[in-house]
Design a protein around this ligand. Structure first.
Ligand SMILES: [Zn+2]
Length: 401
């Protein structure tokens, strides 16, 4: 067991502390390594981070370290209490391998969090014979550090989007940075209200907000309102992806309406299962026409000049308004209302493809699936920052892989 201490001294060494001895636990399943303060070294106050005179010792604590050859590994240490002059009170010391009350060592948390980015949290827990809660703890530790230490810098472009995370209209608002060189998740808010989106601007501050040049979002009114307020100079672009999604939704509504009508009139409900089967049937003219209108709309994205894109958009809306297909007319009205914001997409020379936001959002959905276990806001928040935030990681004495 001497070898283990030699290895620890090589990769996980802290000046004020000494590894004393390593032994197997009574059930032979784990290795326990006693740690003690180096003679003459002072304990450090966990409030003010200054060394101070010792007061007493607390009962031994177990800090879980990275498992080794199928054995769980624990560092055993009795925390000292410091009589801190600066804080005028008795405070527990801080130890360089731990983080407050967390039971895992920093090294192990960094290690687990790294795996929790590749595997689901559940799989990570199983692979390392630990619990889902400890994986949560590890990710929380790493993300908290990352958010405290990240540099926002200048942000040119942001994309705002929402994701439904639970039944019953439970939404998250996600804000991404979508600069040409940097794409990352900047912020997550509960709900998709004006208040929640304002929270983002509180976090980044007026200085950074005032320099944002482009914003991509969908037609969700609370987002539009906050953007009008906070970024008056910005070129606001309605997201292409969202317009297409709305169009698909309208087509579904038309189809659903048709199939209800047919059921009433005694046709078999073939359409419920198959999306396109119904196009073959003459009686579904409305669906066919809605489909053709939707397809025709795609041409819009081929335009380069805002002027011609605008002409096309107006003509398309005129056709739709004559069509008597209510869900499509609703879209046309909405597109007319947001005409200028849509044309901004062409004014920005299509530089900011909404594909970036769409891609990030798809990644976010995959991440949400992987973090499942408990679908709480906190879990999702941590998982999303962890995988999409490009956050800086705590420094380590050694790269454990
Ligand atoms: Zn202190």
């Amino acid at each position: 067991m001497l070898a283990l201490i030699t290895i620890l001294n090589r990769c996980h060494r802290f000046p004020g502390f000494v590894y004393q001895q390593a032994r197997f636990s009574s059930d032979q399943k784990s290795i326990e390594i006693a740690v003690r303060p180096r003679r003459g070294s002072k304990a450090v106050c966990s409030h003010c981070h200054e060394p101070g005179p010792g007061y007493d010792k607390l009962p031994e604590r177990r800090f879980e370290f990275i498992p080794f050859w199928g054995f769980l590994v624990f560092l055993l240490y009795s925390m000292r209490r410091v009589e801190c002059r600066r804080c005028q009170t008795v405070v527990v010391e801080e130890v360089p391998w731990g983080d407050g009350k967390r039971t895992l060592t920093r090294a192990y948390m960094l290690f687990l969090a790294g795996w929790a980015r590749r595997l689901s949290w559940k799989e990570t827990a199983e692979a390392f014979r630990t619990s889902w809660e400890k994986v949560f703890d590890a990710v929380e530790h790493v993300v908290t550090y990352g958010l405290e230490h990240r540099v926002l810098g200048q942000i040119d472009a942001i994309g705002v989007d929402e994701i439904q995370y639970a039944k019953g209209h439970k939404y998250l608002t996600l804000v991404y940075q979508i600069d040409l060189g940097v794409t990352r998740l900047l912020w997550i808010g509960r709900e998709r209200t004006i208040e929640s989106f304002q929270g983002f601007f509180k976090v980044i501050g007026d200085e950074i907000a005032s320099k944002i040049v482009f914003v991509c979002s969908d037609m969700w009114e609370p987002y539009l309102k906050v953007i009008r307020e906070k970024c008056s100079e910005v070129l606001h672009i309605l997201d292409r992806f969202h317009i297409v999604a709305k169009m698909n939704k309208a087509l579904d509504d038309v189809r659903a309406g048709e199939s209800r009508r047919m059921l009433r009139e005694g046709y078999m409900p073939v359409l419920k299962k198959s999306r396109w089967l119904l196009l073959k049937r003459e009686e579904n003219l409305k669906t066919v026409r809605a489909y053709l209108l939707k397809e025709a709309f795609q041409q819009l994205w081929d335009y380069n000049a805002p002027y011609w894109a605008g002409e096309f958009l107006d003509e398309w809306c005129r056709q739709v308004m004559r069509s008597r297909i209510e869900p499509m007319k609703k879209i046309a009205r909405s597109l007319r209302d947001h005409r200028e914001l849509i044309l901004n997409y062409f004014r920005a020379q299509k530089l900011l493809s909404s594909g970036v936001v769409e891609g990030l959002n798809n990644k976010a959905k995959v991440t949400m699936r992987k973090a499942y276990g408990f679908r709480t806001f906190r879990t999702l928040e941590l998982a999303l920052y962890h995988s999409l935030g490009k956050l800086p990681e705590p420094e380590s004495t050694h790269e454990f892989f």
